[in-house]
Write a protein that binds this ligand. Structure first.
Ligand SMILES: NC(=O)N[C@@H](O)C(=O)O
Ligand code: NI
Length: 160
């Protein structure tokens, strides 16, 4: 199966999570009017745990990208916040209860970050450019907060 990437928008991504960016007017101007605050833009959720901030240095991938693995975090949300200005690949899938359904792939615009809602099926962090450096905000806690699903048939993701 082949799918094509689509541009990341808040509406298109809404079933899966939040898009964080500085589009439009800031929610508030702070720091003596020298900084726009786009306030509280991600639905963070950490069941029986706490929020953690980690840094990921991930190997860049290429398009077309062969997707063979999806995962989800049943106890917590997970935010990918790039520390570069490069677009990255965001892969999600519908939930069919105990397995993922239809896959969707998004290309971020410069300056966009994402937050997967708790339980959203997703591909692992997938940079397309070096250095692949991201801040990740996700759940720190006990328990199995990682469920993986190996696809029976790989999905090829091509640039839209
Ligand atoms: N496992 C881990 O820390 N990262 C994955 O959850 C991922 O989505 O990249
Ligand atoms: Ni994850």
């Amino acid at each position: 199966m082949v799918i094509r990437t689509q541009p990341l928008t808040a509406d298109a991504f809404a079933p899966y999570g939040d898009v964080l960016d500085c589009a439009g007017t800031p929610d508030k101007m702070i720091n003596e009017g020298l900084c726009g605050r786009f306030h509280d833009r991600a639905a963070l959720d950490f069941e029986d745990g706490r929020a953690g901030v980690s840094l990921f240095q991930a190997q860049p991938r290429d398009l077309p990208y062969e997707l063979t693995l999806l995962e989800r975090h049943p106890q917590g949300s997970q935010a990918f916040i790039p520390m570069s200005f490069d677009p990255f690949l965001v892969i999600v899938a519908q939930d069919l209860g105990n397995k993922p359904g239809e896959v969707a792939a998004f290309l971020t615009a410069q300056g966009q970050a994402i937050n997967f809602h708790k339980g959203t099926w997703h591909g692992v962090l997938t940079p397309l450019h070096a250095p692949g450096l991201f801040a990740v905000v996700d759940r720190i806690g006990d328990g199995a907060n990682l469920e993986e699903f190996r696809l029976e048939h790989p999905v090829m993701i091509e640039r839209g």
